[in-house]
Write a protein that binds this ligand. Structure first.
Ligand code: SF4
Length: 251
């Protein structure tokens, strides 16, 4: 039986997918987005956060059965409406085998995978195929800019988006709006060209940059170093999505 590391479990979440959900935040992420507001999710290891309110451990080990038992104990409530379990992070696919083993032991059928899309294709396929809905981040289509602002190449992400489309699992594209980085006309138009016509696409969610993103870095012993100017005005442009006939919302 596999063991995974989880840095938070949010019960009765109402913003992490349809209905009432439990969201599991898995530790470890291969990206280093300079706007990341969950820096404690980046390292795969448990770590102690130190702040003015004291110390807190981020990262607890569970066996797949222990985590499934905890999620199943809430299953009766989650079955009301369209609720279920959301796997988020960090990047949940950094622990893909563990997540897949947990899903296999769940009583409740509705699983949402919330992913950056950055994973080897086998890991991506394994968990996405067990999910009823995927929240898929699409940040930057330009590969050089993607490398600069997230620390990784976007080719695996774009490949996994095509895999997702072939799998036929419904998905929502999530675009973090970062001033003068992802919110540009060129980037948003390139996103439209990439996803338009994909049959599984349910809608686009635009997530405006949260200026509180840097708050947790000191507690993690990290330095917040945005690759963009936080004071720039954000361009929230829905028109290029709407004119392509795509459903879009700001969340
Ligand atoms: S993919 Fe998400 S968790 Fe990973 S660094 Fe980027 S914002 Fe943070």
């Amino acid at each position: 039986m596999l063991t995974g590391v989880v840095f938070d479990i949010k019960e009765f979440a109402v913003h992490d997918g349809p209905g009432l959900r439990v969201t599991v935040f898995l530790k470890g992420c291969p990206l280093r987005c300079s706007w990341c507001h969950n820096p404690e999710g980046q390292s795969p290891e448990p770590q102690v956060l130190r702040g003015s309110a004291g110390e807190r451990l981020a990262g607890v080990s569970f066996t797949s059965q222990e985590l499934a038992d905890r999620l199943n104990s809430l299953a009766a409530l989650l079955r009301v409406g369209e609720g279920g379990v959301t796997f988020s992070g960090g990047e949940p696919l950094a622990q893909a085998d563990f997540v897949a083993e947990v899903i296999d032991q769940l009583d409740h059928p509705h699983v949402l995978l919330d992913t950056s899309g950055y994973a080897d294709v086998g890991s991506f396929r394994k968990v996405a195929a067990k999910s009823q809905l995927v929240y898929f981040d699409l940040k930057l289509i330009d590969s050089v800019a993607h490398q600069i602002h997230t620390g990784v190449d976007n080719q695996p992400i774009l490949r996994n988006l095509r895999v997702l489309n072939e799998l036929g699992v419904p998905f929502v594209i999530r675009v973090p709006l970062i001033p003068e980085v992802t919110d540009t006309e060129a980037n948003l138009s390139a996103i439209v060209r990439t996803v338009a016509g994909m049959p599984g696409l349910q809608r686009i969610d635009l997530l405006p940059y949260n200026k509180a993103a840097g708050a947790k870095y000191a507690a993690c012993g990290m330095v917040f170093q945005p690759t963009f100017d936080e004071s720039e005005k954000l361009n929230i442009n829905l028109s290029c999505f709407k004119s392509a006939g795509l459903k879009v919302r700001v969340v």
